[in-house]
Write a protein that binds this ligand. Structure first.
Ligand code: NDP
Length: 339
């Protein structure tokens, strides 16, 4: 079994030496267990949090522990009724080539993946956790209405791209933000956003203000940092902000220098009656069936598109993950571990 373990905790940006590839024996199967061969491993921004010891909504990975992650796998041995050799399943089996699972004990149980609906890797993207994050965060917290202005950053990624497209389906005017000309072109030409902006442009804040002449009704927060700074003054009275992710800050160490802007921010929250609500996708687990039904239907009807960025080989996972935190991925980042 090839595994990537957490060798040390990063300080700031993760480095290759924070990870180590190790070879271990595959354990014997007990009754009730299956042996899984990883086909696709998902790489997601939340994994940066699992590398740190600081308190979060989930436990960190232990030093020497296998890096946590969702994967799509094939059952290669089964001593568990209901799972046949050859079945395709999805579970939180981690950064490794093989995993033994009893189908229930891991933090998320094994779920069957139906290869006839869409390519199986989409169970990690548009039809999986990131897609569910976009769908539930936007609909429950963003509450989009026709004619409203919706702004979303990291808009070429799996969460942001689905937020943008569902926003369009709900009749919003969508402003998508991404880093670099290729991603911006993708937003405009493939996803059909109303305005696509590059957050790396020196006059980005002015461009955003010009793109939102009626202010912003919904800001789907994926990044924080200078994008949030540009968005905040433009939020309308009663604007909704699903706070989904703050990737610009995941490598921060402690408080940033500079003036304390919290009182000013809170005053604006009060006077403009803003709703900022953080959420974790699992908060809306009860809506999983609605999500799968709606997104699968939109996919089949050609109403939404998705983009994957596939890296080949488990050993490439650390480098690809480090790049994800810097915007080097273009689409849902997935590692193809085996055929
Ligand atoms: P993406 O594939 O979109 O990758 C992250 C992207 O963030 C990068 O490609 C980059 O895009 C952008 N980015 C990175 N640094 C910065 C920065 N400093 N300023 C602006 N943009 C930056 O990721 P996902 O779609 O998987 O995740 C998007 C967000 O949603 C993340 O914050 C993630 O943590 C969060 N999330 C939250 C969940 C929840 O339950 N609350 C569940 C899943 C995801 P670009 O090149 O365009 O700048």
């Amino acid at each position: 079994n090839r595994q990537i373990i957490l060798a040390s905790r990063p300080s700031g940006e993760p480095k290759p030496e924070n990870f180590r590839l190790v070879e271990t024996a595959i354990p014997e199967l007990n009754d009730g267990q299956v042996l899984l061969q990883t086909l696709f491993l998902s790489l997601d921004p939340y994994m940066r949090g699992r590398m740190s010891a600081s308190k979060s909504y989930a436990q960190p990975v232990e030093i020497g522990g296998v890096m946590e992650g969702g994967a799509v796998s094939r059952v290669v041995l089964s001593r568990r009724p209901g799972f046949e050799v050859g079945d395709i399943v999805q579970g939180r089996t981690g950064w490794q080539s093989h995993a033994v699972s009893d189908g229930t004990a891991t933090s998320a149980p094994l779920q069957r993946v139906d290869p006839t609906i869409a390519p199986i890797s989409t169970a990690l993207g548009v039809l999986g956790m990131p897609g569910m994050t976009a769908y539930t965060g936007l609909l429950n917290i963003g509450q989009p209405k026709a004619g409203e202005t919706l702004v979303v950053a990291a808009a070429s990624g799996p969460v942001g791209s689905l937020v943008a497209q569902i926003g369009r389906l709900k009749g919003c005017r969508v402003v998508g933000i991404a880093g670099g000309a290729d991603k911006v072109r993708y937003l405009r030409e493939e996803l059909g956003v109303d305005v696509a902006l590059d957050h790396k442009a020196p006059d980005f804040a002015a461009q955003l203000a010009a793109a939102c002449p009626k202010g912003i009704d919904i800001y789907f927060e994926n990044v924080g940092g200078h994008v949030w700074e540009a968005v905040f003054p433009l939020l309308n009275d009663f604007a909704r902000v699903p706070v989904c992710g703050l990737i610009a800050h995941y490598n921060d160490e402690g408080a940033l220098p500079g003036p304390d802007r919290l009182p000013m921010t809170m005053r604006a929250v009060l006077s403009r009656r803003l709703t900022l609500r953080g959420f974790i996708v699992s908060d809306f687990a009860a809506q999983a069936a609605d999500f799968r039904r709606d997104v699968a239907a939109w996919l089949h009807a050609g109403k939404i598109k998705y983009k994957e960025d596939i890296v080949h080989g488990l050993e490439k996972a650390p480098e690809a993950f480090i790049g994800l935190l810097k915007g080097q991925n273009f689409g849902k980042l997935v590692v193809k571990v085996a055929d």
